[in-house]
Design a protein around this ligand. Structure first.
Ligand code: SF4
Length: 424
């Protein structure tokens, strides 16, 4: 029976030759994760189950990334719950401040999530790992508790939507622009409980960072998961990541059958696309940069699990080099992992950022969810490379968040208003 890549991965994990959309399955999970907001709830539920051990101490990650280094007593108590549970259960992948990065940047970088895996995480952006050809999705804390106890969770097999991205990508159009364009096209519920499968020539042109950014935002269209085909770039990325030697497992490479069935197919010509900016207060409010108008900003934030990787830092540095942040703008840059932090120092990017007048933080989610490190006051506007611009997402409910790629966020920090690098 012809199947999509997502269906093949789900079938392989529930011991069947094939699965159909709508079918309820119980599947074995390769890896699961929680963070400092969701894992304490999951741990509480885990204790109610009454088991004394987790299913596999090597295949769970606890990543305290949201309010760390702890911003207050409550956040310190949350992380303490994770730390003590990890110690009690012998969970290997607990990441202390200094080794911790934003979960969805950290786990692929360390080879903890692999092609062909079935992964769940108590965080909606767990869909990020689909960039590697894995089926990964966000779940609630009770599902994470059940998974930590049994290594299994139930799924309803999603229908798939295929996005054929054809044509030559313009130089200034990134994965972030493609996904903002797609969400603008189909809306924030356009892929509700569907698998978003990305295909077409342009997909292979994207770097792994670009693919991770796109898969990360599948949930912003309501997608159950986002998934990419595996190619040589994927294999090279995974080979490098596995050098960390933390998870010893063979990646498995699946591909959709040519006659697999899709609920819908979109054919998108990327040749004439521009960088996109999503206006408040939904990611679907995306517009091409040339249609943005005159929008002054108070802050620019470059980071998050969407755009806090090394390619994002390099793109921002290219724009900031030899320039200065506008006197009325705060530019906050947060490399997503310790590796990226070290890379920006080694590559001289840190100096570019500091010379430009940016504040550069240790890895954290921080301002992305209005946690700390850049909260907005009423009436303030920020451009941000993160994934959500809901009301109050980064601070006051009367503030505004505009989403963009890193080069646009950097150029806007210099101009004091939303512009692209070509406008400087
Ligand atoms: Fe969530 Fe933002 Fe952290 Fe990503 S960076 S995990 S979206 S809070």
């Amino acid at each position: 029976m012809s199947q999509t890549i997502s269906e093949k991965i789900l079938a392989a994990h529930c011991g069947k030759a094939s699965v159909k959309p709508g079918e309820l399955i119980s599947a074995k999970v390769d890896f699961c994760l929680g963070n400092d907001i969701t894992a304490p709830v999951a741990i509480n539920e885990f204790r109610k189950i009454g088991v004394s051990k987790v299913f596999d101490k090597n295949r769970i990650a606890l990543v305290p990334d949201h309010f760390t280094p702890n911003k207050d007593i409550k956040s310190a108590e949350q992380v303490k719950v994770l730390r003590e549970f990890a110690k009690e259960m012998g969970i290997v992948n607990f990441f202390e401040v200094g080794r911790m990065g934003v979960e969805h940047a950290l786990l692929p970088e360390l080879g903890l999530v692999l092609p062909g895996d079935l992964i769940i995480g108590a965080d909606s952006h767990t869909c990020t790992y689909g960039a590697l050809g894995a089926f990964s999705t966000g779940v609630g804390s009770t599902d994470l508790a059940a998974c930590m106890a049994t290594g299994e969770v139930w799924f309803k097999v999603p229908e798939s939507i295929k996005f054929n991205l054809n044509g030559k990508l313009p130089k200034d159009v990134t994965g972030k622009d493609l996904i903002l364009y797609i969400i603008g096209l189909i809306g924030v519920d356009g892929a509700l409980y569907k698998s978003m499968e990305f295909a077409g020539d342009a997909v292979y042109e994207l770097s792994m960072e670009g693919r991770l950014t796109m898969a990360n935002m599948a949930i912003e269209a309501g997608g159950k998961n986002g998934i990419f085909p595996v190619d040589e770039k994927t294999k090279a990325y995974v080979k490098e990541a596995q050098k960390a030697g933390i998870r010893i497992a063979e990646p498995k490479f699946y591909a959709s059958d040519p006659d697999a069935v899709y609920a819908k197919v979109y054919d998108i010509d990327v040749t004439k696309l521009e960088p996109q900016v999503a206006f408040p207060h939904l990611p679907e409010n995306s517009k091409p940069l040339s249609k943005v108008g005159n929008i002054k900003i108070d802050q620019s934030y470059i980071g998050s699990c969407t755009n806090g990787r090394i390619e994002d830092m390099r793109q921002a540095a290219e724009v900031l080099k030899g320039r200065h942040v506008h006197p009325e703008v705060r530019l906050i840059i947060i490399p997503a992992t310790p590796k990226v932090y070290r890379q920006i120092i080694d590559e001289g990017i840190m100096e570019v950022f500091l010379d430009a007048g940016a504040a550069v933080s240790t890895p954290t989610c921080g301002p992305c969810l209005g946690g700390h490190m850049g909260i907005l006051a009423a009436g303030e506007k920020t451009i941000a490379t993160s994934n959500r611009n809901f009301v109050g997402r980064m601070g006051s409910p009367k503030s505004e968040v505009y989403l963009s790629n890193p080069a646009v966020a950097a150029a806007s920090a210099i101009a004091g208003k939303i512009v692209g690098p070509k406008d400087l």
